[in-house]
Design a protein around this ligand. Sequence first.
Ligand code: SF4
Ligand code: SF4
Length: 88
Amino acid sequence: MNLNQIFRQDATRRQALASGQVVPDSSRCVQCGICSYHCPLEIDVRRHAWEGRPVHSSHCLTCGECVRRCPRGVLRFEKIGLFDGGQS
Ligand code: SF4
Ligand code: SF4
């Protein structure tokens, strides 16, 4: 990965950090657990999807791994205000 790509990725991440949270569409989730398996912080994304709850966790890096890996397109980033998040 060259420097430009690194900067671009970092900028994308910062943008997501400032404005995004992971939101599930639980009706599409098949509870395979791939999202949780790939979360670098071991957030139980599968449970959030099961319960239809956004991932509010302050530990979420908004790295996008769960969104990318979900085979069913259940997860997406949704814009929020910087201080709108709840707990966990
Ligand atoms: S990867 Fe997608 S389908 Fe599988 S448990 Fe997670 S949200 Fe559900
Ligand atoms: S965006 Fe990254 S840190 Fe946040 S729940 Fe998904 S995989 Fe985990």
